[in-house]
Design a protein around this ligand. Structure first.
Ligand SMILES: NC(=O)c1ccc[n+]([C@@H]2O[C@H](COP(=O)([O-])OP(=O)(O)OC[C@H]3O[C@@H](n4cnc5c(N)ncnc54)[C@H](O)[C@@H]3O)[C@@H](O)[C@H]2O)c1
Ligand SMILES: O=P(O)(O)OC[C@H](O)CO
Length: 331
């Protein structure tokens, strides 16, 4: 909707034929934004080849677990059409691939490698779709290693209610956006289990510390986690009723099983799968992530929120900074 309102011709592809038919007939997206009329310059189709023809920018926004499959479908269309020059590939999804622990841009680079080196940009930051669609003020980050591609994404998306900053640190931006969902689940779980504001503040702060710890190990710039895609997205997701991750956490904190919560949400709760991937990645890299581990134990071993909170609070004593730390050495 932002792109269309900025005057660009947009093609919206869905794999559900009936959803496409309904949107074409009504001009509305009844399932996601029932009260809003879609701009007229969005054409809707379930024909992927039609959606891709001549596109300058492709935006992938399917759940992480569907990303490789959908990207492979796009590759097949390109190969069939004899495309040799890849358009800019962009995504706005937040997660790590199960098993490989790859970031989304790495999945896209991998899938499209038969056609050469892909220019991938991620658009990530504090942004609930419901609020963007109503023109509420949003500021977000376009990150990638190709500056021209990032500038292009910034240019086409920016307007007076949607402000885009560029950032070359795609590792940090993708990890910030993915890992905050684990902490948002935890924040909802604390509320569901009856804990208060002190607990929430402690979780967000120590959550950001462990996100940064894994991020820096993976090659990110620590300052990215102080930005929109780091602390910004953490705050919006961990404190908002719009957040699926927060709501899922709240229900788990109230005693519902993970399976029940996932089945009833009707939309992806990325933090559940990301907690497992991030825990495995942290183990592999030898990075301490106690909150992620706690959420992992709730998901995989069925521990209750109260049990993991007690375990977190009674861990060995620590320093927030070390007495021998030099501020200049921290970054
Ligand atoms: N909703 C938001 O406000 C928001 C904001 C920023 C980022 N994100 C991220 O965007 C991604 C998608 O989130 P969403 O809220 O749109 O989730 P969603 O569960 O609503 O799924 C998005 C779309 O993907 C489609 N889809 C699912 N599996 C598919 C497959 N195998 N093939 C083709 N299409 C498939 C669904 O039908 C749906 O139309 C997530 O990674 C999420 O973290 C969402
Ligand atoms: O609804 P959630 O929890 O998937 O969060 C949506 C976005 O990531 C917020 O920026």
């Amino acid at each position: 909707m932002v792109l269309a309102e900025n005057g660009h011709d947009v093609r919206l592809w869905t794999h559900h034929q009936d959803q496409a038919d309904e949107m074409i007939a009504t001009g509305k997206n009844a399932r996601y934004l029932p009260d809003l009329q879609l701009p007229k310059n969005i054409s809707i189709t379930s024909d992927l080849a039609l959606a891709l023809e001549g596109a300058e920018l492709i935006n992938f926004v399917v759940p992480t677990k569907a990303m490789r499959q959908v990207a492979s479908q796009v590759l097949a269309v390109f190969q069939e059409a004899g495309v040799t020059n890849l358009p800019i590939l962009m995504h706005a999804s937040k997660g790590l691939e199960q098993g490989s622990h790859l970031r989304i841009s790495q999945i896209l680079e991998d899938v499209f490698s038969p056609l050469g080196e892909a220019k991938v940009v991620v658009l990530s930051g504090p942004s609930h779709a419901e609020e963007v669609a109503q023109h509420d003020i949003t500021a977000i980050t376009a990150a990638g290693t190709d500056q021209v591609a990032c500038d292009f994404v910034q240019e086409v998306f920016m307007n007076d209610y949607f402000r885009v900053y560029t950032n070359p640190d795609i590792i940090g931006v993708e990890l910030g956006g993915s890992l905050k969902n684990i902490i948002a689940l935890g924040a909802g779980a604390l509320v569901g289990a009856g804990f208060g504001d002190n607990a929430k503040a402690a979780l967000l702060t120590r959550g950001l510390a462990e996100i940064t710890r894994l991020g820096v190990t993976m090659g990110a710039n620590p300052l990215t986690f102080m930005g929109l895609s780091g602390v910004g997205d953490l705050v919006v997701t961990a404190t908002s009723v719009h957040s699926r991750n927060w709501r899922a956490g709240q229900q788990i904190g109230q005693g519902q099983s993970v399976e029940e919560v996932e089945a009833h949400m009707g939309m992806v709760v990325e933090g559940l799968a990301t907690a497992v991937s991030a825990y495995e990645l942290a183990q592999e890299k030898g990075v301490e992530m106690p909150i992620t581990q706690a959420i992992y134990l709730v998901i995989k071993e069925g521990l209750s929120i109260k049990e993991v909170v007690t375990a977190l609070m009674t861990r060995e004593r620590k320093g927030e900074l070390q007495f021998e730390d030099n501020l200049a050495d921290l970054f």
